[in-house]
Design a protein around this ligand. Structure first.
Ligand SMILES: [Zn+2]
Length: 185
């Protein structure tokens, strides 16, 4: 299987056989003799930290020295911001950090489902139980902010909205019950 390498002198790509890796090859464009090293197999961490740590010219990626490269320094503690995605800040989430993992198929937010279930329970309790509607409102707001911050990996806006509405209606029911009880008493 041929491998593409880049000439350090003329910066042009060339195809070599895989068993030529680590040996001297001649660039077909400029005649430069260079050591074949597969640039594509360099791990991304080395690419990120290499420009900052090495002295210029000594270990440029295009002209690798004939001896073995020392192990790359550890990557910087603060990862660079993900490019191409809007900056959502550091949103706490249960899954992988937003913007780094390859986008999985959108899944329904569990908080949205919990909000809807609590909203239905609160609605059916007709205001005689206070906990479900409070949970429905809390879960509904949390679900909507999570869904909005997920950048498309979470869905369930409709469920969260339904849970929110049911929760608020049930809260109004509780308030009316308290008012009537006060008037009757
Ligand atoms: Zn060349």
């Amino acid at each position: 299987m041929p491998t593409q390498i880049t000439c350090g002198q003329c910066s042009k790509p060339m195809m070599i056989r895989e068993d030529m890796l680590g040996r001297r090859v001649r660039c077909p464009h400029c005649g430069n003799i260079l050591i074949a090293e597969a640039a594509a197999t360099v791990p991304p961490a080395a690419n990120l930290s290499a420009p900052a740590g090495v002295e210029p010219g000594a270990a440029a990626p295009l002209s690798p020295p004939p001896f073995k490269l020392p192990p790359a320094p550890p990557p910087p503690p603060v990862p660079p911001p993900a490019s191409g995605l809007p900056d959502r800040g550091t949103v706490p989430s249960f899954g992988a950090p937003v913007g780094y993992a390859p986008a999985p198929p959108a899944e329904t937010s569990g908080l949205a489902i919990a909000s809807l279930v609590c909203g239905i329970m609160a609605f059916m309790s007709c205001g005689f139980c206070l906990l479900p509607q409070v949970l429905a409102v809390i879960f509904g707001h949390m679900a909507r902010s999570r869904i909005e911050a997920s950048g498309g990996t979470l869905e369930g806006q409709g469920l969260a909205m339904a849970g929110l509405i049911l929760g608020y209606i049930s809260l109004v029911q509780v308030a009316l019950l308290v008012v009537f009880a006060a008037l009757a008493g």
